[in-house]
Design a protein. Structure first.
Lengths: 188, 163
């Protein structure tokens, strides 16, 4: 419990540094640190599946951010902030924080699982926990839910990924790139 | 692939370490995918680790050498094959057992906690692993290939506007 609070405080510090620092590379490193701390927090909360996924996705994100962003753009940010934009952002953050605190009043205690609380009367999630092994034969209950009870959701998720890759390939493919290069040469 | 003398990519040390590590990272990814129904992990996490091994090859040996392992076309085809495997699992449930995603293979209690258990779940895991791995590899390749082609002219145009 104490270690979770410590992890959350470290994550908040990392996020603030990521926003405030002027060097883009340090900013990305701080974002990565927040992600890795979140992965450790998942481990302490007893969710190794999500911890593994968070870890590997964070690594991929860091590689793509550094490789695709840093080497292309200017790596240092300078200049003052706009007053109007900053005020609006702070107001929105404040509103979301107040709403979040109001919602948190109805949540179970930090670090306790939701499923313990709603086991009586029996709900769908408690039924999955009780009969998951007999019904699916999968020892890992997370996989049993993802690929058997809720496989339709996973199909939708896979479709979203497929469509996004299709769009990225269509926009960034080699032919379009060659044409823009020829056009810029012609203009010059 | 094992040509250490190319000037592309990173230093000799990184190339040598990559040559030793690439197979283990790939193997770990495949293990996470195949044992997804028994241990923590699954298709998504394992697929990302598989993508990591190919990305490591690309980073260490440079784009041209790395592309020899998995080219853009092969990655795109494997991506589609993974999606089709998952869809085939869904449709086979409909045709054999009468409902979408029905897990119609009964393995019984004796097979529990073994690799060949849980019916169609391992097959779905393999499909999702292929899909996610190749998709993320494609994303990385597209974005890093973009940066090589655009860098020169784009940057000049931005600076001209600022002046």
């Amino acid at each position: 419990m104490e270690i979770l609070v410590l992890l959350v405080i470290l994550m908040i510090v990392g996020a603030i540094i990521a926003v405030e620092t002027s060097n883009l590379l340090s900013s990305i490193v701080c974002v990565g640190a927040v992600g890795f701390l979140l992965s450790i927090a998942f481990l302490f909360l007893g969710a190794p599946d999500i911890a593994i996924t968070q870890l590997v996705v964070e690594i991929i994100c860091l590689i793509i951010l550094i490789r695709a962003t840093i080497s292309r753009d200017l790596t240092a940010v300078s200049g003052d902030r706009e007053f109007f934009g900053l005020t609006v952002t702070l107001a929105v953050v404040l509103a979301v924080a107040v709403a979040g605190i109001l919602c948190l009043a109805d949540f179970p205690e930090f670090g306790k699982s939701v499923m313990d609380r709603i086991a009586d009367p029996p709900t769908a999630s408690s039924q999955y926990l009780a009969t998951g092994l007999e019904q699916t034969g999968a020892a890992n209950i997370v996989t049993a839910v993802l690929l058997d009870f809720r496989a339709y959701d996973t199909l939708g998720e896979a479709t979203v990924l497929f469509c996004s890759i299709l769009g990225a390939l269509a926009i960034l493919r080699k032919k379009a790139r060659r044409r823009t290069e020829e056009e810029t040469e012609g203009d010059a | 692939m094992n040509d250490l003398s190319t000037t592309e990519g990173m230093s000799l040390i990184v190339k040598t370490v990559t040559r030793w590590l690439k197979a283990f990272i790939l193997l770990f990814g495949i293990y996470i995918v195949l044992y997804g129904h028994l241990t923590p992990g699954g298709g998504f996490a394992g697929g990302v680790i598989v993508a990591c091994s190919f990305i490591l090859l690309n980073l260490a040996y440079g784009q041209r050498q790395g592309m020899k392992a998995v080219s853009l076309n092969v990655a795109g085809e494997m991506d589609s094959v993974g999606a089709l495997i998952f869809l085939a699992v869904a449709l086979s449930g409909m045709f054999v057992a009468g409902s979408f995603f029905a897990n119609f293979i009964e393995t019984g209690e004796a097979a529990r906690f073994k690799l060949l258990s849980a019916g169609l779940i391992p097959v779905s895991n393999i499909g999702i692993g292929l899909k996610v791995g190749m998709s993320l590899f494609l994303v990385f390749t597209i974005l890093s290939a973009m940066h090589v082609a655009v860098s020169g002219s784009e940057r000049k145009m931005i600076r001209r506007g600022e002046e």
